[in-house]
Design a protein around this ligand. Structure first.
Ligand code: PLP
Length: 451
């Protein structure tokens, strides 16, 4: 593709390395979304607002590891906390104070979390949260908005990245698995509903209320780019789930500790029953977790172990690496900085500058673009259509976006990933000058794509 050529010319070492990588791992990458055509570049170093590939190209980074890098790459105090913890202890499979201190901080900062447990990824966090909600309610099904990505386990990979044909009617979508290898029976335990459509959401949840343990939903659907909730939608869901005896889980893996010290729930003033988090909570290290009301989280405690068979446990939660001391030390330091400094003022201010600036330069060039953002996170949809739902987001021109992304990357700026369903971020080390430079590169790239 023509628009890939400028990047290819700069990344010849990565091209050769890609062949080597493909000989040991499918697509030559560690995780599917890191792959793009014709080949990805391999990053060897990171520093503040920048990443450097193996051809020594510098990229101003707004991808930020898909969200975790909220303080910039290699924040000195986080690095120091990691180094000190490495010197102090490694894994023990006995509880360690640093992980408990991290969890204390999560409880202190997050309105909905009275009790919390740790995991290593957002995927694990949502999987465990769903199990606990099922245990608490004694019901089997979960409900989620179509298009919402809640991790890579079987129950989460339902009605995400699906075609219109497979999803069927917009007001009562089918539940379909993403990809192969997932038993059909799993789809029978998941109910899909359309985000932002109160009437359809209510009809579907009422219909399945007797079997539905939980609604799991992102406060802003960043897994479809950046779908903002319509006014009152979350308040409505809060009331409805309360009435129907359904646990409301906010999947704050993307938004947690990113949209404010109290996450999206503090920003929007709605308190779910349970919350999952990951990404920004660890400042780049493998920290994740789930928490909520004490009564719900105590489903994890095996209450019957004394009276009944030792096999009769309640909802199981375990994991060799849960609360890894090094990751917990990074997470604790990250949360302390997020809680005490002007991080949100800085990243949200730069988010406004970046995303409104992108709309302006796209308009100047004459590209049909709809730039959406909340605080430090947003996406450029290549369409002039309004976007409130997953299906609306299909109106955006995927190919044009990928071309713009490739041209921007060749210009040394990473606006997330080359996919419309992704999003990108500002970070604490970004400056106004860097954002303004990024806007110049973006404008130039808009001019180069077909429109
Ligand atoms: N939930 C949401 C909303 C996400 O955006 C993601 C990842 O992007 C996940 C869950 C899964 O997190 P992880 O990639 O850490 O497994």
């Amino acid at each position: 593709r023509d628009h890939a050529r400028p990047l290819e010319e700069r990344t010849q070492k990565s091209r050769a390395f890609h062949e080597r990588a493909e000989s040991v791992t499918p697509l030559g990458v560690e995780s599917n979304v890191r792959s793009f055509d014709p080949y990805p570049f391999y990053v060897e170093e990171t520093d503040g607002s920048y990443v450097y590939d193996m051809d020594d190209n510098e990229y101003l980074d707004f991808l930020l590891a898909l969200g975790p890098i909220i303080l910039g790459h290699g924040h000195p105090e986080v690095k120091d906390a990691v180094k000190r913890q490495v010197d102090k202890s490694d894994l023990t499979a006995t509880p360690q104070p640093v992980a408990i201190q991290f969890m204390e901080k999560v409880v202190e900062m997050t309105p909905s979390i009275e009790r919390v447990r740790m995991a290593n990824s957002g995927t694990e966090a949502t999987m465990h949260a769903i199990r606990v909600a099922r245990s608490y309610t004694g019901k089997d099904k979960i409900a989620k908005p179509e298009g919402g990505y809640a991790g890579a386990h079987d129950y989460a990979l339902q009605s995400v990245y699906a075609s219109e044909e497979a999803l069927g009617p917009a007001d009562e979508p089918n539940t379909v698995s993403y990809g192969t290898g997932i038993p059909d029976a799993v789809s029978d335990t998941v109910v899909a509903f359309p985000f932002n459509d109160k009437e359809a959401t209510e009809k579907i949840l009422r219909k399945h209320a007797d079997d539905t343990a939980a609604v799991i939903i992102e406060p802003v659907m960043f897994s479809c780019g950046c779908l903002k909730p319509r006014d009152g939608y979350h308040e409505f869901l809060r009331e409805l789930t309360d009435e129907l005896g359904i646990v409301l889980i906010w999947d704050e893996v993307m938004t947690g500790f990113r949209l404010g010290p109290q996450s999206a729930q503090g920003r929007f003033g709605v308190t779910p029953d349970m919350t999952t988090f990951a990404k920004a909570a660890g400042g780049g290290y493998q920290v994740a977790g789930f928490g909520g009301k004490t009564e719900i989280m105590e489903e994890i405690i095996p209450p019957k172990k004394k009276e009944e068979s030792k096999w009769n446990s309640s909802a199981f939660h375990g994991g060799t690496y849960n609360g890894h001391p090094v990751a917990a030390a990074a997470g604790l330091k990250t949360l302390e900085i997020l809680d005490e400094r002007d991080v949100y003022e800085h990243i949200d201010g730069l988010g406004d500058r970046l995303f409104t600036g992108l709309q302006e330069v796209a308009d100047d060039v004459g590209i049909d673009a709809n730039v959406q953002h909340v605080g430090s996170m947003g996406q450029v949809y290549m369409t002039d259509a309004d976007i409130h739902s997953y299906r609306d987001s299909w109106k955006a021109n995927e190919e044009q976006f990928a071309d713009w992304w490739l041209e921007s990357a060749a210009g040394g700026v990473l606006f997330g990933n080359p996919m419309q369903g992704e999003r990108f971020f500002t970070t604490y080390t970004h400056t106004e000058e860097q954002v303004d430079h990024a806007l110049e590169v973006a404008e130039d790239a808009f001019r180069r794509v077909d429109h």
